[in-house]
Design a protein around this ligand. Structure first.
Ligand SMILES: NC(=O)c1ccc[n+]([C@@H]2O[C@H](COP(=O)([O-])OP(=O)(O)OC[C@H]3O[C@@H](n4cnc5c(N)ncnc54)[C@H](O)[C@@H]3O)[C@@H](O)[C@H]2O)c1
Length: 335
């Protein structure tokens, strides 16, 4: 039988329960062996959430104590974004694999240092871009890879979400340049990553960003124009000022097809039109499983599954430098 992979969740805030559920869904292959948070209230929440978990969960308020635990295989970094590299590097130096929430960090030197530390210490780096694993996006990618669109002319992504002032005020790091970034760095990065995943390399970037409705250091709204290496144009509009969470969509416009993946977070197929039918893919596009209700899709679960598969296969760590690409484009957009 495969060895159980022991995960530690570092930072038990808003996104941590999504990681908790994903890890618990993979028992007995995966286990939450520890949670670390410097906030006692967060540790209390973890303790009550996980009290029924078999095998016991170690709770730590200090990262060094967590890293001294030889049983931990993977540290899932779920702290504020500007701390990802610092903590990920510490985990790598302790010989732990690093699973890190997006963005890998808020500056390129920090994210590059994380990639380097993982390479030097021969540990895997798993940056979370869970939407790539949404069933909707996988199906779209398969259609692109089969050449069903012919020439792709343009990719449009629209993100109309609502993040209130209360959300930004809920933690001092939110909306700050040093720890978070704005609507593009925190929320829009999922959609930029999806655009790259579908459209390939981006060569030119222009943007207009503004802080229009929230009292934060970074942007709450913005528009970015891209040119892909293929010649296609890209357009990404992101706002956190929606009257509600309205849309998180991606539309691909090609000479032989047009697809819109929509819902609130790329979780439903709103249009699936092609000149040439492909009975297998077209049937999947009509399947209700491809219209997931959750705004997160099943991305985190699929991401942890993929992580486990990699660890169980025993393949050595690969160079994670290409994983920096979405962050690089994002930083150009800020520049
Ligand atoms: N992939 C996604 O869909 C998704 C969704 C939400 C958030 N995120 C990312 O997850 C990260 C966390 O976001 P959040 O909204 O959960 O933040 P949060 O503020 O709710 O939680 C962060 C937690 O980290 C803890 N922490 C901070 N410094 C620490 C330290 N030195 N040691 C231990 N614990 C420490 C805080 O006490 C807090 O409990 C961010 O990078 C964010 O971008 C990703």
């Amino acid at each position: 039988m495969m060895k159980t992979v022991n995960f530690a969740i570092l930072g038990y805030g808003r996104v941590a329960p999504t990681h908790r559920d994903a890890i618990l869904s993979l028992a007995p292959e995966a286990r939450i062996a520890a949670v670390c948070d410097r906030d006692p209230a967060a540790l209390d929440a973890a303790e009550s959430d996980l009290q029924t978990t078999k095998g016991g969960v170690n709770l730590y308020s200090d990262l060094n104590d967590l890293l001294a635990n030889p049983d931990i295989d993977v540290v899932s970094v779920c702290t504020p974004s500007g701390l990802h590299a610092e903590y990920g590097i510490a985990a790598a130096r302790a010989g732990k694999h690093v699973l890190v929430e997006k963005p890998m960090d808020v500056t390129l030197p920090a994210a590059e240092a994380l990639v380097q530390a993982c390479a030097e210490n021969q540990v895997h780096l798993f940056p979370v871009y869970q939407n790539r694993l949404n069933s909707t996006i996988r199906l779209l990618k398969a259609a692109v890879d089969k050449g069903r669109f012919g020439k792709i002319f343009a990719i449009n992504s629209t993100v109309i979400w609502r993040r209130t002032q209360d959300y930004y005020d809920s933690a001092p790091w939110r909306g700050t340049r040093a720890m978070d970034g704005g609507a593009f760095m925190n929320q829009g990065i999922h959609f930029l990553d999806a655009m790259r995943h579908i459209g390939g390399e981006i060569t030119d970037v222009q943007s207009t960003l503004a802080t229009l409705g929230r009292s934060i250091e970074c942007e709450d709204t913005g528009s970015a124009l891209f040119r892909f290496k293929s010649g296609a144009l890209g357009n990404l509009f992101v706002t956190m000022l929606g009257f509600n969470d309205r849309e998180g969509s991606l539309t691909v416009i090609g000479e032989k097809g047009q697809v819109k993946i929509g819902g609130v977070a790329l979780n439903t197929i709103e249009e699936w039109s092609f000149a040439e039918p492909d009975p297998g893919q077209d049937a999947l596009a009509r399947d209700s499983d491809y219209h997931t209700a959750s705004v997160y899709g099943n991305g985190h679960k699929a991401f942890y599954r993929q992580t486990l598969d990699t660890l169980q296969s025993g393949t050595p760590p690969v160079d994670a430098t290409p994983e920096l690409d979405s962050l690089k484009i994002l930083l150009k957009l800020y520049a």
